[in-house]
Design a protein around this ligand. Sequence first.
Ligand SMILES: *Cc1c(COP(=O)(O)O)cnc(C)c1O
Ligand code: SF4
Length: 346
Amino acid sequence: MIQRTATRIEARPIDHDTRSWQQLLSASVTSPEVLLERLQLDPATWLSGAREGDRLFQLRVPEPYLQRIVPGDPADPLLRQILPLSAEADKRPGFVRDPLQESGAIPIAGLIRKYQSRALLMVTGQCAINCRYCFRRHFPYDENRLSPRDRADVLSSLTDDTRINEVIFSGGDPLVASDRLLSSWAESLADIPHIRRLRIHTRLPVVIPQRVCGSLLEWLSSSRLQMVMVLHVNHPAELDNHTRHALGRLKAAGVTLLNQSVLLRGVNDTADVLADLSERLFDCGVLPYYLHAFDPVEGAHHFDVSDDRARELVRQLIGTLPGFLVPKLVREVPDKPGKTPLDLFA
Ligand SMILES: *Cc1c(COP(=O)(O)O)cnc(C)c1O
Ligand code: SF4
């Protein structure tokens, strides 16, 4: 039996920050010293490691996310996702810089074509939060971002391939880009008759709920394309009431909301946390979609969860949750036609 833990969601009510999302984004904490001070963590223990990790992959955390971290607790599951550590400098056999081998699937800078019916556009290389376990932490973004110069090429390649019925905005985090840019892309894509859906892979409505502003809702709800948003939440404490409100607005605008998580040691590698996450997502109008088995990315081996443990966790979820709240346990295997499910009963 899974013991349900009460999540901390209502425990610490916080006034809604009235700054715009752009202001919040640019006020993000990027200094290890500031982070440790804000979260009451002892610099003697944490500062040198935080600086070392930060040099490899910059610390970045926006204020609304920071407010959900419990001060003084080095094991906080939200803190673990953003705190740089000296362990990131360790090299381990099998942990590589491009575990998904994406650099081979890029016909035009910014366009990734791995799967037949979907094309992925890297709208921006920037993220609102830098997640330490990110499989793209070493990705050469500067070479692989969509440039306005390539826009015509991308659109004609999408027009020519009638198998493509869905375009995915990815990144980085595509919602870091302005609504002006995004809506003009959405308009051009809507002019291509075989494209039915626009999918947006983003963490922004979770980490800065203010991103769900009037101008975003306006272009999302006015397009011919069906809109799907795949969020990225790993722990139920990431979903506070402000996030729930923002997600409610997206849903009311007709956007289908799904979630993908990464299975991470010390963050969500217990059945009760995962069950709580699914329940809380559903409370927010979001269905669990994927649970990604950890990708062996260099610098993140301390998050690794074994495949056997991953399978066991999902089998436990099947025993307690309705089927629609059990995410699919998958891994991206290079050269496969889609994400590969892990065999739960192997
Ligand atoms: C994951 C991914 C997709 C989407 O795959 P789904 O299984 O449809 O969610 C598309 N393109 C790339 C390059 C991907 O990595
Ligand atoms: S938001 Fe996504 S792409 Fe950006 S660092 Fe986090 S996991 Fe990686």
